[in-house]
Design a protein around this ligand. Structure first.
Ligand SMILES: [Mg+2]
Length: 389
């Protein structure tokens, strides 16, 4: 396999940094996004000032309040963060053709075919940092390495506002002193199992016989063995593009008036159009779904003269389709709008709901594990992933 060069970009305290950017009075103060000052909810992001108090993401807000009573608690403003995310991903798209978005503020770039080696990649990494700083007024940490595992470790190492390059020949030396918990897929429970067996650092894992790792970790032992030597052949996989976008609504009591049905179709169309645009997609085909009071369900669809991504075009088409449905005197229990035949704009990245994206990421990882190590390893990995959450 030819030498690969991978870049990992990860924004620093993303949500909190956006709030501090937009509200200068919050700069230098412990900002905690997600959760309320009364201690309800969960911390989504803590600014670096708040982290000094031990506050971190996924922590119950009640605990964050106890650790940092002077913290500024802010609600999550997804629209704002999503807009920043889209601009960040657009910057990355200028620099690499193969991009795998891992979450709202994190992505891998495979630049192997664009660069002649690591020095040139470092220049790209610097340019990405500069563009993010200038265009978004935010900082990112960037890691460069011969694979995803090392690139991500590199960006972590430099946080915040870092740039760390791990050359292939430096990999083992870089990994050696790190705790086993830094291995991909090793959660707290597994880390403990390794530590109890006397394997505390990655160097210990690298020196352990493969049979012992298999005994401790099952099929995952093989992965740990390779990772500890800096080997990771996972490829950077751009997200699959959605084939359709749809929304539907079931009503508490059946609808009888066409005006109400039209109003619902308008709302559903607006939601579908918004999601189309966030994915940089336009639809050639619009469909509706109608479920009657007796649960009989029909669908109708039509192809537009040109692709659309605007609520008004979707709404008009959906209402025309509804007009063509013989409703008799039946009430309607559910209405849906579906956009398909999608055309994706060039260089546009799909940006799904963050949760869905995480879930997709986990499924992708599990599929990889199943391919390489069989179903037993999948069970193991699911357990490891649960421990992490
Ligand atoms: Mg981040």
């Amino acid at each position: 396999m030819a030498e690969r060069v991978i870049i990992h970009v990860d924004m620093d305290a993303f949500y909190a940094a956006i709030e501090q950017r937009d509200r200068p009075e919050l700069r230098g103060r412990p900002v905690i996004v997600g959760g309320t000052p009364e201690g309800r909810g969960v911390v989504s992001t803590a600014s670096y000032e708040a982290r000094e108090f031990g506050v971190h993401s996924a922590m119950p807000a009640a605990q964050a309040v106890r650790l940092c009573p002077q913290g500024v608690f802010l609600p999550v403003d997804f629209r704002k963060y999503r807009a920043a995310s889209e601009r960040m991903m657009a910057i990355l798209a200028r620099r690499a053709s193969r991009i795998e978005q891992m979450s709202v503020d994190e992505a891998f770039l495979d630049v192997s075919e664009k660069v002649s080696g690591f020095p040139e990649t470092e220049k790209i990494a610097k340019a990405i940092k500069r563009e993010i700083r200038e265009e978004l007024k935010l900082t990112a940490s960037v890691g460069v390495g011969p694979n995803k595992f090392l690139a991500k470790l590199a960006s972590d190492q430099g946080k915040p506002d870092g740039l760390v390059v791990i050359l292939p020949e430096e990999a083992e030396g870089f990994l050696a002193p790190l705790p086993v918990s830094r291995l991909w897929g090793v959660g707290p429970k597994t880390a403990k199992r390794l530590q109890e067996a006397g394997l505390k650092t990655i160097a210990d894992v690298a020196a352990a016989p493969i049979e012992e790792l298999r005994r401790l970790l099952g099929a995952w032992g093989q992965v740990a063995y390779e990772l500890s030597r800096g080997k990771d052949d996972r490829s950077v996989e751009p997200a699959g593009e959605a084939k359709s976008v749809s929304a539907e609504e079931t009503f508490p009591s059946d609808l009888h008036h066409v005006g109400n049905m039209r109003r619902v179709l308008a709302e559903l169309s607006a939601g579908v159009a918004r999601r189309l645009r966030s994915q940089g997609a336009r639809a050639r085909t619009i469909g509706i779904k109608v479920r009657f009071g007796d649960f009989r369900t029909i669908t109708r669809q039509t192809t537009l003269s040109g692709p659309a991504d605007r609520a008004e075009a979707l709404r008009r088409t959906a209402c025309e389709l509804l007009d063509g449905v013989d409703r008799g005197d039946q009430g309607i229990r559910l209405l849906g709008v579906r956009a398909s035949g999608l055309e994706h704009g060039l260089g546009q990245l799909s940006l799904f709901d963050e949760r869905a994206q995480r879930r997709g990421q986990l499924e992708k990882t599990l599929a990889y594990i199943r391919r390489r190590f069989g179903p037993e390893a999948v069970r193991w990995a699911r357990e490891a992933s649960r421990q992490r959450r």
